[in-house]
Every structure is written in structure tokens, then in C-alpha cells.
Design a binder for this molecule. Structure first.
Ligand code: SF4
Length: 497
């Protein structure tokens, strides 16, 4: 049960959303019937057609274009395992070509689990009476940030439920607190946001505090399913309010936005075309597509029966296909795979799906980092995390596999966002900066936080490997990277390109 204050807030906001719906100026770009007919028409594609589309995805990588819905439908309908091997190789190639062999690391920070909504798949749903409800106060935010920066994190996704206790004003206050909390060399340099859709004025206020990417996941693009899992009378009932949430954000100048689907609510084939249509709609309207795409898969959540009962749950093999197709269809977009997935799947998806960003050392219970030794806080969590290994262990595995762990946050602080970022990503030149900044931030980690095993592999293998890469591919900045590394050894921090 909501208290009277939350009840009033929800009803007022709901009326405002209904009003927005009536005056909405944008046309729904998701046509369910059309998506299914595209998928049906491209059933059983010829091998030659699949190969042609794989080649097109490669050439799109340096031209900054996406595949078409028909082309994505061909990939979706591919059955031949050898062709899938070519798709996986291409996903890896695209990732290497755009971003280089680095993985950007972040942590999700759950600021609140108070929510006025009742989504059928979520542990934060209002009907979950078992949950201890909480919106962190300033001291608690500080404790969480200290716990995160003390292990080496530099970038966060701050996650908020939809509730008067975690409204736009609360978001502004907590993000300011996150940025101003420092401990030794520890600090958060980029704070992305995952929160409910807002009104333009609210977005304006949030933009002013210097956020990174603003994420809104549509959850499902299928209209009927959307209605079924987001009950009427809640703030999430309006499909279009959510669909155009990122349009409104971009309208007021938030130019890095992130899309996402909760795979498992509806047929994954349909959802992939929905994601593509959304990316194209943003690009058509603003000339800038999504900065990131996320693809969480439905996992167990306390008192959310749909989480295990859905008939659309996605198998591991299909999940890897989803990740790889996203890489081919939007080559310039950051691809985020979270610790909802177990480590073996994460490892496979990096290689076969071209993942570029991952969380590590993750806790999703509100206040969970201050209670780090407990892997799960079921009475405070939205869902269960399957990869709960420490940040340091995760980094060690990345180094063993030949990747560069990166804490780079230079892009948005150097103004490489929106239309300034896109040409670099679309023409596959952003990796030159990504690798250089990746080396510098990984070196900071090695100096300040790493275990002996990570220090050893970092100094002896990872840093030399990527310095060689810089020397070969971007010789002009090689001396500067070396000089910056020296300065880091002499206790200067936050050097970047
Ligand atoms: S998915 Fe979001 S809006 Fe829905 S119940 Fe969970 S926290 Fe609330």
C-alpha cells in the first residue's frame, strides 16, 4: 500500500501524463503487425543473403550506418551454425574496430527501491510487501560511494525507482553528492542515470548537474505485452510516454541516451526489431542515435512471479545471438552487459557479441555496497545478480583473456557527447582515444587499488600490450601516454585525452 503522500503524487503525475498523451506530437514508430510481417517474410534466408548482410555490417562500421529492419530479420532467421560463427566473428571485429579491445567498467548504484508502480517482473513493485523500502539519505549515499571508490570504481549508473521520495529533485541532490564524495584518489567521474521518463523541465534540471547517459528501457516494444505487465492506473501504463521519454530528454539537450529491452517479456526476435526502430527514430529526429543499448534478461526477482513463469524466457544460446545482432545492427553504439548474467555467459558474450561495457563487483540491494560481504539482500533487491565476483577478480579475468579494463570517463568531460561523439564512433576512430585513456585509467587502478595478482598481470602483460598497440596505431600520442604514465607514478591523477 502506498501512503497518502505517494498516492497523491502518483495521481497528480498520472493526470499530467494523460494530458501529455493527448497532446503528444510524435507518431508511434512501432507497428507490431509490420514487425511480424518483416520477420515472416525473411524466414529461411539463403546463405548468400546472410553473408551479404554480414559484409554490409562490416562496411557500415566505418560509415556510421545501421542495418535495416529487413536485414536484421535475415540475421535473426539464420539457422546455419557456420553462418552464426561468421556473425560472432563479425561482432567481435566491429567491437575491435570501433572501440578497440577494451571493456569499460562501471557499477550500478541503487539509490532507492521505493516505487509507485507495479510491474509484473520487478522486485521493487509496490505489491511486494516483503521489500524493505528505502531512499538513501545523504550519509548513506556517501557510504555507498566511499565503498565503491575504495575498490577503484570511477563511473556509475545511478538507479532510481519512481516515487516522490526519489523524484527529479532527489536525483539532482544525490548526483551532486555522488560527484562531491571523495576519498584519497577515489572519486566518481561519470554518473549515468537509469530512471523513469520525465517532463522537459525535470530533464533540464537533471542535465545541469552534469550527468552522463540517461537510460530509459522500454522493457518491451510489444504493445499488448507492455499493457499486460504494466497495470493500468500506474505511471508506467502509457506506452508512448515511455517510448518518447528519450525524445523529450534529447529535446532539452541531454544528448547521450541509452535504450534497453528486458528480454524475456516477449519474443526476442520482435524486441530486436523494436530496438532498431527506436534507434532509427532518435537518429531521424535528432541526427544522433543511442549512446548505449542494454539487454537485461529476465531473472529471478523476489515476489515477482512473471520473472520465472514467462513463456518468452530466453535461452543462453539465443541470448548470445541477441548480443551479436545488436552489435551488427548498430555498430557505433555502446553495448552493455550486466552482472545479471553468470560469468561464463559474460565471458562468451564479450568474444562472440562484441560487448563494450560491463559492471563488476555489483550489488543491487539499496545500501548493498556498504554491506559488501553479503552477496544478496533479498529484502532490498530488484532482482538476483548472477556474477557477484569482486571487481578485482573480474579485472584479473579480463587481463588473462587479453582485454584492457578501462575506467575511462574522458569522453563526456572533453565534450565528446551526442553529435560530437557520433562522428568518432561512426567512423571508428574513437578507439584511438579509448585505448589511450583505458591504459591511463587502468594504470591508476593498478597503482591505487589492485591486488598483487592484478598488479603483476597489469604491469607485465596488459599495459605493455596496449602500449605497443598505441605505438603502432597512434604513434603521435605514444610519447604523451608514456609521459602521463610517469606522472601517474608520481601521484598525478585524472590525466586523459
Ligand atoms: S520496473 Fe521500475 S517502475 Fe516498475 S516496479 Fe520496478 S522500479 Fe518500479
Amino acid at each position: 500500500m502506498l501512503d497518502a503522500k505517494a498516492d497523491l503524487w502518483r495521481d497528480k503525475r498520472r493526470n499530467e501524463i494523460i494530458e501529455w498523451d493527448k497532446n503528444n506530437k510524435w507518431q508511434d514508430f512501432i507497428d507490431d503487425g509490420k514487425i511480424w510481417s518483416i520477420l515472416r517474410e525473411r524466414k529461411k534466408p539463403e546463405a548468400s543473403e546472410v553473408i551479404e548482410i554480414i559484409e554490409k555490417a562490416r562496411s557500415n562500421t566505418t560509415q556510421g550506418t545501421m542495418l535495416s529492419p529487413d536485414e536484421v530479420a535475415v540475421l535473426i532467421n539464420t539457422e546455419d551454425p557456420e553462418l552464426w560463427d561468421r556473425i560472432y566473428e563479425t561482432a567481435d571485429w566491429i567491437k575491435q574496430t570501433v572501440y578497440g579491445n577494451r571493456i569499460v567498467l562501471f557499477a550500478p548504484l541503487y539509490l532507492s527501491n521505493t516505487c509507485v508502480n507495479n510491474c509484473a517482473y520487478c522486485g521493487f513493485r509496490q505489491a511486494n510487501k516483503e521489500l524493505e523500502r528505502k531512499a538513501l539519505n545523504h550519509n548513506e549515499v556517501e557510504a555507498e560511494v566511499n565503498a565503491l571508490v575504495n575498490v577503484g570504481h570511477k563511473r556509475l549508473i545511478a538507479v532510481y525507482g519512481e516515487h516522490p521520495d526519489s523524484d527529479a529533485e532527489y536525483i539532482c541532490k544525490t548526483v551532486k553528492k555522488i560527484y562531491t564524495t571523495r576519498m584519497g584518489f577515489g572519486e566518481i567521474r561519470r554518473c549515468n542515470i537509469n530512471a523513469a521518463p520525465m517532463f522537459n523541465e525535470e530533464y533540464r534540471n537533471i542535465k545541469q548537474i552534469g550527468i552522463g547517459t540517461y537510460q530509459i528501457f522500454q522493457e518491451t516494444y510489444h504493445h499488448d505485452t507492455y499493457r499486460q505487465v504494466h497495470p493500468a492506473g500506474t505511471l508506467k501504463e502509457s506506452y508512448l510516454w515511455r517510448l518518447f521519454g528519450l525524445h523529450r530528454a534529447m529535446e532539452v539537450g541531454i544528448d547521450d541516451v541509452g535504450l534497453g529491452v528486458l528480454f524475456g517479456l516477449y519474443d526476442w526476435r520482435f524486441e530486436l526489431i523494436g530496438l532498431l526502430q527506436h534507434a532509427k527514430a532518435l537518429e531521424n529526429e535528432f541526427g544522433v542515435g543511442p549512446h548505449t543499448i542494454s539487454y537485461p534478461r529476465l531473472v529471478y526477482a523476489e515476489n515477482a512471479p512473471l520473472a520465472t513463469r514467462s513463456k518468452y524466457l530466453v535461452s543462453d544460446d539465443d541470448f548470445i545471438k541477441i548480443v551479436a545482432i545488436i552489435r551488427l545492427m548498430c555498430p557505433y553504439t555502446g553495448s552493455i552487459l550486466t552482472a545479471r548474467e553468470a560469468y561464463p555467459i559474460r565471458r562468451r558474450a564479450i568474444k562472440q557479441g562484441g560487448v563494450s561495457q560491463m559492471d563488476a563487483g555489483t550489488r543491487v540491494g539499496v545500501g548493498g555496497y556498504a554491506e559488501m560481504e553479503k552477496e544478496h539482500l533479498p529484502h532490498k533487491e530488484q532482482f538476483y545478480v548472477k556474477d557477484s565476483q569482486s571487481l578485482d577478480d573480474f579485472i584479473y579475468h579480463l587481463c588473462e583473456d587479453g582485454y584492457l579494463p578501462s575506467f575511462c570517463t574522458a569522453g563526456y568531460r572533453e565534450g565528446r557527447t551526442g553529435e560530437n561523439f557520433m562522428p568518432l564512433a561512426k567512423h571508428a576512430t574513437v578507439k584511438n582515444l579509448c585505448i589511450a585513456n583505458g591504459i591511463l585509467t587502468f594504470k591508476e587502478y593498478v597503482l591505487d587499488y589492485a591486488s598483487d595478482k592484478v598488479k603483476k598481470i597489469g604491469e607485465n602483460k596488459t599495459i605493455p600490450l596496449f602500449l605497443d598497440w598505441i605505438q603502432t596505431h597512434v604513434p603521435a600520442i605514444y610519447p604523451h601516454v608514456r609521459e602521463y604514465l610517469k606522472r601517474e607514478e608520481n601521484n598525478t591523477r585524472d590525466l586523459h585525452f
